[in-house]
Ligand binder design. Structure first.
Ligand SMILES: [Zn+2]
Length: 396
């Protein structure tokens, strides 16, 4: 018997290897990025790096499709280079919609090796759960079906001629001059896909039946931009530190990027009308961060009222953003010692150019944790919504 098994194994082993399809890698689609270094068909190993997009910022984002998988086989993925391109757990999906994390990869100097069993013939791998231009369009158009209090707007056209979709939410309630003006934006840095999922979680909560969401809708005018740097998200480029400048170093008197220019104009208009109160810029931070934290303006750049309101906002955030990705009160200042172009960072520009009571912050949601998933990010978004509602309801 044992002998027969051995014979079968010898016969079937090579046959099953022959039956496994030819692995093919494709990144030629919206948001895709992969420079293929090697595909070893025998070892079922794929070696890639993020695609180079000269002048379009860091090479850190990767996202590609694999076909030719024998269902049930284990694919080995070897990715470089550290630290920005090598999350401890990568994202993978068998439908390009629902994303899971791989098990933890093994680090080898500047590279990392993931192994993932795949039960379909096709799958997708990415640095983190992708949020493409189409996802921003879908979020905006689906949200606008909620009724007349939710408007889909075009914030602007980009330099490459793409639309930047945005939402404006204001339910019937207090008169316009009494409304709280709130501006939420994500993805000034194209690779930080998690920040757009935080944005989606916030939008879904804002439009939900939760009485607190309803109360906030009735007393505010909320503008939401799920992706600021549409052009780099579309081509799968990193965006951070791009040429001629980073979106988040573009907040000056003469901005280069259209989304920054229009955001500035609309915020200034609301401020001049006396109806601007809160600005939140959504990002993903350094690879080592394990918890969300806020970048804030330096204390001496803020008025007494501004400091008081900022403290109150951080306190309500701590009460509401309770995890699994919890805000534990960590605050980092981005002033002159952080960056020589610190006045051209969004929240610092907003602070300088709007009324004293305005709070302007950057929320950095950790991306390199087991909870940095679609669900984990959207939970942060929902909790951020509750923090905003509590902030205005309990202002001293
Ligand atoms: Zn960022």
């Amino acid at each position: 018997m044992r002998c027969l098994e051995t014979v079968l194994l010898i016969l079937l082993g090579p046959v099953s290897m022959l039956l496994a399809g030819e692995l093919k890698v494709d990144s030629d689609f919206s948001g895709g990025s992969a420079k293929v270094i090697e595909v070893d068909q025998q070892k079922r190993l794929i070696r890639i790096e993020p695609e180079a997009n000269p002048k379009r910022g860091w090479e850190c984002w990767w996202y590609f499709q694999v076909t030719g998988i024998e269902p049930g086989e284990t694919i080995t993925l070897d990715v470089g280079t550290a630290p920005w391109a090598t999350p401890t757990q990568a994202a993978f999906s068998t439908d390009n919609i629902i994303w899971q994390q791989t098990s933890a990869g093994k680090r080898n100097r500047k590279r990392i090796v993931y192994q993932q069993q795949v039960d379909e013939t096709t799958c997708w791998f990415a640095w983190g759960p992708p949020f493409r231009v189409e996802d921003a369009q879908r979020l905006v158009s689906d949200s606008a079906k909620n009724g007349p209090h939710v408007e889909a707007i075009e914030l602007c056209q980009t330099r490459a001629g793409r639309t930047v979709p945005a939402l404006r939410i204001h339910a019937e309630g207090v008169s316009d001059e009494l409304r709280k003006g709130i501006w939420i934006q994500a993805r000034q840095h194209a690779w930080e896909s998690g920040s757009s999922w935080v944005c989606q979680g916030l939008v879904q909560w804002l439009l939900s039946d939760d009485p607190r969401a309803s109360a906030l809708r009735q007393k505010s005018l909320i503008t939401i931009v799920p992706v600021m740097d549409i052009d780099n998200v579309a081509i799968g480029a990193g965006g951070k530190n791009q040429t001629p400048q980073d979106h988040n170093r573009d907040w000056s008197e003469q901005p280069h990027w259209n989304s920054v220019k229009v955001a500035q104009q609309q915020i200034l208009k609301q401020d001049q009308d006396g109806t601007f109160d809160l600005f939140v810029d959504l990002h993903n931070p350094d690879a080592g961060a394990k918890w969300p934290y806020y970048y804030t303006t330096t204390t001496d750049y803020l008025s007494e009222e501004g400091n008081r309101n900022l403290d109150h906002f951080l306190a309500t955030s701590q009460l509401e953003i309770t995890g699994p990705l919890a805000f534990k009160g960590e605050r980092r200042e981005s002033g002159a010692s952080y960056d020589k172009n610190w006045t051209k960072i969004s929240k610092n520009w907003v602070t300088k150019n709007t009324a004293d009571h305005v709070v302007a912050v950057t929320l950095e949601t950790a991306w390199n944790t087991p909870h940095s998933t679609q669900t984990g990010y959207m939970t942060v978004g929902r909790q951020l919504g509750m923090a905003i509602e509590r902030y205005f309801r309990t202002m001293p």
